[in-house]
Design a binder for this molecule. Structure first.
Ligand code: ACM
Length: 553
């Protein structure tokens, strides 16, 4: 009896598999991160072939340029030639302007006959085309030819997509350790692959000044070299034993990064951290410090330096203004970050000019010197047509002058205490970005294992913890929530001195933040995210990215 039943069961199972397999297969091939707002998959495929046409009827040049870049990438990665035309008829890819869609939104419809993309701007179209690339073999996103791939097939589907948040950022600290333009561009590439749109470039800190400023050459002839430095080689930290530097970006290099980012619809937001975290600048121009007669050096250690700008000196304030003027000329971003975090009061308390100003202005605390300084920088940036960004200490430090900061209209980057920062910013009518210390500080250790790179944290800030972050406190009012402009993955480099470790720590935690920034909360699912990340490994491998394997198959 048994021997008769077995083949029957097997036949039944095979028939069932045949029936359900096409549906399963289609579900399996859908690998889009960040997860789109709405997606529905149907039967059939669209196959790319040589000579296909991309119709761009009545599209502005900016949108046509996206079509051309897409065709170039497809050619590089597949050898297939796609031609960009004005004509609608006979188009295999049809690109349409739909002014009802939001700036970054798009619609994508794939049928066996045609791929139709709709967007209102070049940015929306860019994201639509990125999604098409994600549906093709992994070499396509990397713009690399895979000699083993010969079929380029898209599943039939409909997608309606738009980001949850306007700001989806990544910050890189290039002061504590320097990363060359080539590595910055690799990070911009991977950001663009996951729809991130803001690169916050932490260009200056106590340990090194990395931005060439023509008016103040000593910032880089002196400030870009530390006499010694802590270096890292995975599990070992050691003193270099010789000068570290000079490491900085020339103006031409910064402009090159800006245009590279722009092509990927990423805005570069430069940060010149002041008046604290300013020791490298004080080494270069001690006359603007609180102790001009003393020797100042680029810091060779870590922590919070007390060697800050003398904010009561008109000449020192002009020095800061001049730097921001040049920075604004290099970076077209609407927003300029002036730091404002972790500024100790000791040097001001001991300085005659600062004490006199506190007395003259009837300030209740030396902290008000900082509030006033931020207001001066905000006013200066406003005159240059820009808006100011600060870290949350500007509003959460004891005795910060809230009415002064409120009047600046600053955007507040909330890191610690992050939720309190969000609440305080939003309830005071200030925009804010959520980058909580811990999970969104993606330089931190992601495992307790002994063979992990040394660094900050106890290993609990892993991929799952990053993914679990909810950027909007559940009890926040809708009005306050609307002030939360987005999320940011932040990378500090005290304990990271090479590209390989940077990528290992940043990837794929960066993608977890990207998904929080783009996808609707109800679409987020850690299991499905790790499935998609496990598949994306092929793409990262092709691009020779290093990445953490935790949670991945
Ligand atoms: C910071 O982590 N000091 C912004």
């Amino acid at each position: 009896m048994r021997s008769h039943i077995r083949p029957l069961i097997a036949a039944f199972a095979a028939a069932t598999m045949l029936l359900i397999r096409p549906a399963l297969l289609r579900a399996e091939v859908i690998n889009i991160t960040p997860c789109p707002m709405e997606i529905s998959v149907s039967a059939g495929n669209f196959t790319l072939t040589d000579g296909m046409r991309i119709g761009c009827p009545a599209l502005p040049d900016s949108m046509r340029a996206e079509a051309q870049r897409f065709a170039t990438t497809i050619y590089r990665a597949t050898g297939l030639t796609l031609s960009v035309t004005e004509r609608r008829s006979g188009a295999d890819f049809l690109l349409l302007r739909d002014s009802t869609l939001g700036r970054e939104a798009y619609r994508l419809s794939i049928t066996p006959r045609r791929v139709t993309l709709r967007a209102s701007t070049a940015t929306g179209l860019f994201y639509a085309l990125q999604t098409v690339k994600k549906l093709l073999p992994p070499g396509v996103m990397m713009g690399l030819r895979d000699p083993y791939e010969h079929r380029y097939v898209l599943p039939a589907l409909e997608i309606s997509d738009a980001p949850r948040f306007a700001y989806r950022g990544f910050m890189l600290d290039v002061s504590r350790h320097f990363f060359p333009v080539s590595e910055v561009k690799r990070m911009l590439d991977i950001m663009a692959a996951y729809n991130m749109n803001a690169f916050h470039w932490h260009l200056t800190d106590d340990q090194g000044w990395r931005a060439e400023i023509a008016k103040y050459p000593r910032l880089t002839t002196v400030g870009a070299t530390a006499a010694d430095a802590w270096m890292n080689s995975w599990v070992r930290e050691y003193r270099l034993g010789r000068p570290y530097g000079p490491f900085f970006y020339t103006r031409a290099e910064m402009e090159d990064v800006v245009s590279y980012a722009r092509e990927r619809h990423i805005t570069v937001i430069p940060e010149i951290d002041m008046p604290g975290h300013f020791q490298a600048a004080m080494a270069a121009y001690p006359e603007y410090s609180c102790t001009p007669a003393e020797k100042h050096e680029v810091w060779t250690d870590f922590g919070i330096s007390t060697d800050v700008l003398n904010v009561a000196s008109p000449a020192a304030v002009n020095f800061a203004r001049d730097i921001l003027t040049e920075i604004a000329a290099i970076f077209p971003s609407e927003y300029i970050h002036i730091g404002g975090d972790e500024c100790p009061l000791n040097a001001w308390q001991a300085n005659a000019e600062c004490r006199a100003m506190v007395e003259r202005e009837h300030m209740k605390s030396f902290r008000e010197l900082q509030s006033r300084f931020i207001a001066l920088m905000a006013e200066h940036l406003r005159g240059l047509g820009r808006k100011i960004v600060v870290w949350n200490e500007a509003i959460t430090a004891p005795d910060a002058d809230m009415s002064v900061i409120r009047s600046t209209g600053a955007t507040v980057f909330c890191w610690y205490p992050a939720v309190e920062g969000l609440r305080k910013a939003a309830s005071n009518g200030l925009d804010c970005v959520f980058t909580p210390w811990g999970p969104y500080y993606i330089n931190r250790r992601q495992s307790k294992a002994a063979n992990e790179p040394i660094g900050a944290g106890n290993g609990s800030d892993n991929l799952k913890a990053v993914y679990a972050v909810n950027p909007i406190p559940r009890d926040m009012s809708a009005a306050d929530a609307a002030r939360v402009k987005g999320v940011q993955a932040t990378f500090w480099s005290e304990h990271v001195s090479d590209n390989n470790t940077l990528e290992y720590l940043a990837l794929p935690r960066l993608m977890a933040v990207a998904e929080a920034g783009w996808s609707p909360e109800e679409k987020r699912d850690f299991r499905d995210f790790t499935r998609r990340m496990s598949e994306d490994r092929r793409m990262w491998d092709m691009g020779h990215y290093n990445y953490g394997r935790h949670f991945l198959k």
